[in-house]
Ligand binder design. Structure first.
Ligand code: NDP
Length: 309
């Protein structure tokens, strides 16, 4: 019998218990998910950063730590973690992110705010351009960034993206590396951040790089708060260089009540709900990785500890 520990908040257990048992059965695995296993007997840790386990040193037999989160910045530098770490790539998470990104891109593209909040009943028949005339750039072309880029391209937006290593994605203008960043930003009328938070990406969108965006650009950040220099962003909004920002993630969450983002007229705050791992699909990912590990096959979505994601 395989022993796994579900290290996540109790409300997650309510969501995951049945899907995990169903997924293990589908994969032909016998997995005991008792919360009472001694740490040294556990074969796999199913991990959330909000769960009880943060010291992995006593999990001496564990063959992998399986994160329920796509972003692993809270665990990747943990010095007690010697076990292989897999991040979450989940079809449900991807679908949710596509919807959030497409919704907010369309909001800015169509200028919807002017019609939703129009207290003086102005009749201004300004027709928005077609999507094909709107340049959208995604920083990050991984599981989520590439999926969002493809959906935006299917809506006919003029989509480009930027990644660490060169990529070739049909219908997307791809940039990479330090050299590609300026070009990717200079064309971004709407910019979407879907990068992981690493030492390389922290504060990537500082005053200088925000300045590379075209005047009147919009910024969407469903990636991680610390990708953006908060003060530089507020300053770019105040000077009118940027026209608006929708932020889902923050350096401190919940976003403190006295933070300047809350009252800012050009900022929309969403409370880290762009997407989330969905239990039914994620349980299958966890089960597949346990199956692979038990069969001696390579794990899926293994984190590169050196790169930090
Ligand atoms: P992936 O690891 O699949 O993709 C990351 C992308 O970022 C890759 O294209 C990668 O390049 C690129 N990248 C990483 N470092 C650099 C760098 N230094 N320079 C240029 N490009 C870089 O991650 P996901 O797409 O699954 O997730 C992205 C992030 O979204 C997560 O890390 C998390 O922070 C956030 N997230 C937010 C959620 C929310 O609800 N707000 C929900 C889920 C995730 P390359 O392809 O070359 O490796």
């Amino acid at each position: 019998m395989i022993k796994a520990l579900f290290s996540a908040p109790i409300d997650k257990w309510d969501k995951y218990e049945a899907p995990l048992h169903a997924a293990f059965a589908l994969k032909g695995l016998q997995v005991d998910l008792s919360p009472d296993h001694a740490a040294e007997d556990v074969d796999y840790v199913i991990y959330s950063p909000h769960g009880p386990v943060s010291d992995f040193s006593s999990f001496t037999k564990a063959k992998a730590v399986l994160s329920l989160w796509a972003g692993v910045e809270k665990i990747v530098t943990n010095p007690t973690l010697t076990q292989p770490l897999c991040r979450m790539v989940d079809a449900g998470l991807e679908e949710g992110m596509i919807e959030w990104v497409a919704g907010h891109v369309l909001r800015y593209h169509l200028g919807m705010d002017a019609h939703i909040v129009n207290p003086d009943h102005h009749w201004v028949p300004a027709v928005p351009p077609l999507a094909r005339r709107r340049k959208v750039t995604l920083l990050g072309l991984g599981a989520l960034g590439a999926a969002c880029a493809k959906t935006l391209a299917s809506l006919r937006f003029d989509v480009s993206g930027w990644s660490r290593r060169p990529k070739d994605i049909a219908g997307i203008t791809c940039f990479s590396g330090d050299d590609g960043l300026k070009e990717a930003l200079e064309r971004a009328e709407i910019l979407v951040l879907l990068l992981p938070l690493t030492t390389e990406t922290e504060n990537l969108m500082n005053a200088e790089r925000l300045g590379w965006l075209p005047k009147g650009a919009f910024l969407l950040n469903p990636g991680r708060g610390a990708l953006v220099d908060d003060e530089a962003l507020i300053s770019a909004l105040d000077t009118g260089h940027l026209a608006g920002a929708t932020l889902d993630v923050f350096r401190e969450e919940p976003l403190p009540q006295d933070h300047a983002f809350w009252p800012h007229p050009k900022v929309t705050v969403t409370p880290h709900i762009a997407s989330e791992t969905r239990a039914e699909t994620a349980a299958m990912v966890v089960a597949e990785n346990i199956r692979r590990s038990e069969a001696g096959e390579p794990l899926l979505y293994l984190v590169d500890r050196t790169a930090g994601y």
